[in-house]
Ligand binder design. Structure first.
Ligand SMILES: [Zn+2]
Length: 222
């Protein structure tokens, strides 16, 4: 019997923090750039549906309320720009401090250069240099992408004042706290393995798709 495709296997899971924002996940054998996992986590609707992105933004903001954080710039990774825009609006509505001259929050996203390094062009780098930056991610398994992104922001002379990943298996990296909406506790049975210790690989079960913060791809490696 042929296996159902990923889309039709997606099941809804809710965060313990809110019953308004569900994540979707399909079980199977998937590979990220640094690990193998038994669930593909799909955040597409949270990232692309205006109503859900707005709810996510509200939830993220509520986690920082009263923290007296100064936030000048939101750096969006993994296609989180829609959420980032609403989040900037939430921060402004709740009178978060900013050192920006125009007292508004910047929402930006880096590029990958030819060597697959993160970079900001000069016109965008101005929104990082000397600014307090909140880093927004979609999914975090090992934290390597957070580390790379933080290095990039530091290189452009920004200060990372917060890291938020919609789904995260870790709560800190290199001493920096990682805030999240969903954790493996919200996804019963979720497991991540080092590729060489992956039980699916040991049983010669094929990898179904490559996944990263953007989503999944059956035919492309990265
Ligand atoms: Zn594997």
């Amino acid at each position: 019997m042929e296996e159902l495709d990923i889309e039709s296997r997606l099941v809804k899971f809710y965060s313990s923090q809110s019953n308004l924002v569900p994540l979707h996940a399909a079980s199977g054998h998937f590979a990220t750039s640094h690990s193998h996992i038994n669930y593909y986590i799909d955040l597409t609707s949270l990232k692309t549906r205006v109503d859900e992105a707005k709810e996510v933004a509200k939830l993220i903001e509520s986690g920082y309320r009263g923290s007296n954080k100064i936030i000048d710039t939101i750096v969006c990774m993994d296609g989180t720009e829609t959420i980032g825009s609403f989040l900037g609006q939430e921060f402004e509505d709740h009178n978060y401090m900013t050192i920006n001259k125009h007292e508004t929050i910047y929402v930006v996203t880096p590029e990958y250069n030819r060597n697959n390094q993160l970079m900001f062009r000069d016109n965008i780098a101005r929104t990082i240099k000397g600014k307090n930056v909140l880093l927004l991610m979609a999914t975090t398994t090992t934290g390597q992408t957070i580390r790379r992104s933080m290095e990039c922001i530091t290189y452009y002379q920004g200060t990372v004042v917060g890291v938020n990943s919609l789904f995260s298996t870790i709560d800190s990296i290199d001493g920096t706290k990682v805030d999240y909406i969903f954790s493996p506790e919200d996804l019963p049975g979720y497991e991540a393995f080092e590729p060489r210790n992956c039980p699916f690989c040991k049983k010669k079960i094929q990898i179904e798709a490559m996944v990263n913060g953007f989503g999944y791809s059956k035919y492309m490696s990265f």
